[in-house]
Every structure is written in structure tokens, then in C-alpha cells.
Design a protein around this ligand. Structure first.
Ligand SMILES: C[S@@+](CC[C@H](N)C(=O)[O-])C[C@H]1O[C@@H](n2cnc3c(N)ncnc32)[C@H](O)[C@@H]1O
Length: 284
């Protein structure tokens, strides 16, 4: 007897951002095979009694091979179990969904995809910046900073133009290398960029700078994502002061250097923190 395997997106980590369908499936699953990035809060929603296993494969830390993951999904489905392959964000972006779907097809197992909110959308939403804006950016490009397998550096090539917003997944911590790659691809050094760590998770933080000074960015906690482009700067609006607990602003994009903003708890129910704004110029 075959059951369906569900490739489910868990979103950025906040359980409120799961789809209703993802939640329903988690509550009736028999087997849940999940990645490292799936938050503990989401794993708590899995039906008690389900077999839950971390099959994450962060760079250099392989717990289980991809072939073994395929075999586990297929075996459990053949036993008639409801199998969920749970991935952070959206399962179709920077995961192994392509290989997993091939394996399921080859084994004659039916499967379904349940989308999730990808990190770029979560990060942009948290920072309150649009990824496109008809005045400034008409393209969004998803990119990865490197290929995990052989640590091959990214080639941003000619894909980037000034009307693009670039969402760089897995930026790593070698910001100097990333800066050089972006500059070598023709990106203007004054282009804003926003490093968002743990978007929509506890400990979320933001660091705004420009491409030419990316190498000076502080090492932030994983997972993090880098947004690059004219829109990738802190919002001008007054709510920026409320949304971030510390803002150091100055006169130009260059003044965004070393501007680290810790996200305040304004999304919760508590009182908004009083922002500390050190503005040595006319603001950004
Ligand atoms: C293997 S990729 C998986 C991406 C995922 N499928 C998605 O759609 O978001 C993992 C990378 O996604 C990014 N990421 C995932 N969750 C994130 C979060 N909450 N905040 C910032 N970046 C995140 C990081 O760049 C991380 O290294």
C-alpha cells in the first residue's frame, strides 16, 4: 500500500507563518524527516507518536546521505505511512526537492508539494523593504553565495543590474570574498545591502551597509541572508525607529556602514521599546 509523501515548506521558523495545510499535515504525520533549519517551535507541532528525524546536511556535517533519505521516504510510503519531508522556507528553493522528487517518481510513489515562505520574503518582510518597487527595482534574483558541495564561489555574472534586488542565500561569513565577487560582477560599491540574521526567529538582527564595505560587517548568527540592491536599506519611515532598537544614521549610503540594528520586540504585544537613534547627519 502506497501513501503520499509530502514535501512541506516550514517557512522561516515562526509557527504562525506555516500554511494551514502544513500544520494539518504535521498533525497527522506518521514520519517527519526534517532539515536542521526547521525550528523547534514548529517541530513541537508534529503529532506526538510520529517518528521525527533530523536528516539535515549542513556543510561538512552529514548525518545521513541523500540516498538514505530517499530510501527512508520510499520505505515508509510503501508501508502506507503519511510521510512528511519538512524543509525550512520553501521546499523548492535551495533544498534537495529536485532529487527527492526524481527518486519518488522512479519508485512510483505519489507526492505533493506544500509551499512555504522562503527566507528572502521573510527577511524583506521583517525589514519592511519591498523586493520590487516600480521606481527602483523590477527584478528579484535568488542566488547562493557558494555551492556547498565543493565550496565553489558564486559567479554573480551579468545577471545583476541596478534594477535588481539580489537575495543571497547561505552568504557564509567570508564577507570580504562576497564583496569582491559582487564588485567583480560590476555591482556599484555604493549599492546598499542588508544582512538579516535569523529572520522572523528569536534573536533576529539586521546589519545595513554598502557593497564596498561589506567586508567590515560583523559575523552574524546563522541562518542569515543578504539582500543587495537599491531597495536593500532600512526604511525611511518613522516606523523604522520603532522597528529597530538601535539606529545609527548619517548622511549617505556610506554612512550605513557598521549600522547594526537589533530588531525590537514590536511584533509582540508588549510596549514598543524606546528607540535609541544617534543621528549625526540628516539621516538616511
Ligand atoms: C539550504 S538553504 C534553504 C532555503 C530555504 N529552502 C528557503 O526557502 O528559505 C538555507 C539558507 O536559507 C537562508 N535562511 C533560511 N532561514 C532563514 C532565516 N530565518 N533567516 C535568514 N536566512 C534564512 C540562509 O541563507 C540559509 O543558509
Amino acid at each position: 500500500m502506497n501513501a503520499t509523501v509530502y514535501l512541506v515548506g516550514a517557512g522561516p521558523g515562526d509557527p504562525d507563518l506555516l500554511t494551514r495545510k502544513a500544520l494539518r499535515l504535521l498533525q497527522c504525520a506518521d514520519v517527519v524527516l526534517h532539515d536542521d533549519l526547521v525550528s523547534p517551535e514548529i517541530l513541537q507541532l508534529v503529532r506526538s507518536g510520529a517518528l521525527t528525524q533530523n536528516v539535515g546536511k549542513r556543510c561538512g556535517q552529514k548525518r545521513i546521505t541523500q540516498q538514505q533519505i530517499h530510501a527512508r521516504m520510499i520505505d515508509a510510503a510503501r508501508q502506507g505511512k503519511i510521510v512528511i519531508r519538512l524543509q525550512g522556507g520553501d521546499p523548492l528553493l535551495y533544498g534537495r526537492a529536485g532529487e527527492e522528487m526524481d527518486a519518488l517518481r522512479n519508485a512510483g510513489i505519489q507526492f505533493e508539494i506544500v509551499p512555504g515562505i522562503t527566507a528572502a520574503f521573510a527577511a524583506a518582510a521583517s525589514a519592511k523593504i519591498p523586493l520590487t518597487d516600480r521606481r527602483l527595482a523590477s527584478k528579484v534574483i535568488f542566488h547562493t553565495a557558494h555551492h556547498c558541495k565543493e565550496d565553489v564561489p558564486a559567479d554573480f555574472g551579468s545577471a545583476i543590474s541596478s534594477d535588481s534586488t539580489l537575495a543571497i542565500y547561505m552568504p557564509g561569513h567570508d564577507y570580504a570574498r562576497l564583496q569582491n565577487q559582487l564588485l567583480a560582477s560590476g555591482v556599484d560599491p555604493e549599492t546598499p545591502c542588508l544582512l538579516i540574521s535569523r529572520a522572523m526567529r528569536p534573536g533576529e538582527s539586521f546589519h545595513a551597509t554598502v557593497v564596498g564595505k561589506l567586508s567590515l560587517a560583523p559575523r552574524v548568527s546563522a541562518p542569515s541572508i543578504l539582500l543587495v540592491g537599491l531597495l536593500a536599506k532600512p526604511p525611511h519611515r518613522a516606523d523604522a525607529a520603532i522597528a529597530f532598537s538601535r539606529i545609527e544614521a548619517n548622511q549617505s549610503y556610506s554612512a550605513l556602514e557598521n549600522m547594526t540594528m537589533q530588531c525590537a520586540s514590536v511584533l509582540g504585544d508588549g510596549p514598543a521599546p524606546s528607540p535609541t537613534i544617534r543621528n549625526s547627519g540628516r539621516g538616511c
